[in-house]
Design a protein around this ligand. Structure first.
Ligand SMILES: NC(=O)c1ccc[n+]([C@@H]2O[C@H](COP(=O)([O-])OP(=O)(O)OC[C@H]3O[C@@H](n4cnc5c(N)ncnc54)[C@H](O)[C@@H]3O)[C@@H](O)[C@H]2O)c1
Ligand SMILES: O=C(O)C1=N[C@H](C(=O)O)CCC1
Length: 266
């Protein structure tokens, strides 16, 4: 069976790489793309990829008028939730790559997905090494009660924390709440230097040229530390395999699921 895909953010850094991945997959058919500045054109003409004959629409609403099985959201934090809810209302399953959505946003998306009996697979990071980091960090948190998280990204990344760190903090918060020996309000000096608190974890976000995207979970015990670190380079290739897997598997889910390991056997 061929799955019909609608992709929002198809001309972007991550979306265009995914579109090329879909073009190379016999079981997937990209039937509609959303990219405001290129509306009316054919995606293949814009990306220089003959195999992509999907029309480009200016809005998600117009693109969703073409029936699709799976809607992929790869735009920006400020448009993602409305796009996802619109896709669910049209009866599509949804894969979310876009970062910046909060736990409250996801609760609303989960309710909408369950009402429509559709699946939403939201992955803070589709790269295998990031998926494994989250899994390994959960294992560490079961045994080590103290940790903090570092979020590395390019200077221009608009959202902080990253989608990867949001997912990591949410998952660790379900294992346990980390211990803080000095409560934040008792910090002597500048309390903000202790970072922001996300699902109980202290998060320190760096936004500098020279970084693309990375995450580090540091666990500490007396006289020993464990650092788990994922780094990605400047191409969007690490995200393609995981996003294709999510597209192929999401129709087997109902409601919201966070993290690619929801459909991986780890
Ligand atoms: N989950 C993952 O593994 C993963 C991987 C890469 C990027 N991301 C996330 O995906 C998102 C996109 O990243 P990017 O680097 O490709 O960004 P980008 O800026 O290169 O691409 C985003 C595209 O979406 C378009 N866009 C913005 N608002 C829109 C709207 N309202 N309607 C239609 N199109 C709209 C922009 O014009 C742009 O072409 C970010 O949130 C990023 O953090 C996640
Ligand atoms: O903005 C990016 O580039 C990326 N964002 C994701 C995030 O916010 O975690 C991960 C992959 C690349």
């Amino acid at each position: 069976m061929t799955l019909k895909i609608c992709l929002a953010g198809a001309i972007g850094w991550a979306g265009s790489e995914l579109a090329r991945g879909i073009a190379g997959a016999d079981d997937l058919d990209l039937v509609a793309a959303v990219a405001r500045r290129h509306a009316g054109q054919k995606l293949g003409d814009v990306l220089g990829e003959n195999a992509l004959d999907a029309p480009i629409f200016a809005s998600t609403g117009e693109a969703l008028a073409r029936p699709c099985d799976v809607f992929v959201e790869y735009t920006k934090p400020d448009s993602a939730k409305a796009n996802i809810l619109a896709a669910l209302a049209q009866g599509a399953h949804v894969v979310v790559g876009t970062s910046g959505l909060t736990d409250a946003d996801y609760a609303q998306i989960d309710a909408a997905a369950r009402e429509r009996q559709r699946g939403v697979l939201a992955c803070g990071n589709f790269a295998l090494t990031a998926v494994l980091l989250i899994k390994f960090a959960e294992m560490a948190a079961k045994l080590i009660p103290q940790w903090e998280l570092i979020d590395y990204a390019s200077a221009g990344k608009p959202d902080a924390p990253s989608g990867t760190v949001r997912e990591l903090a949410t998952r660790l918060g379900k294992v346990r709440q980390p211990l803080l020996e000095v409560p934040l309000e008792q910090t002597v000096g500048v309390r903000e230097t202790r970072g922001g608190t996300l699902s109980g974890s202290q998060v320190h976000a760096l936004r500098l040229p020279g970084f693309v995207i990375g995450v580090e979970a540091i666990f500490g015990m007396p006289d020993q530390t464990l650092s788990l670190r994922h780094n990605a380079g400047s191409s969007a290739k690490p995200y393609v395999g995981g996003a294709l897997l999510a597209i192929r598997k999401v129709s087997g889910l109902v409601g919201l699921h966070r993290g690619l390991d929801a459909v991986l056997e780890l």
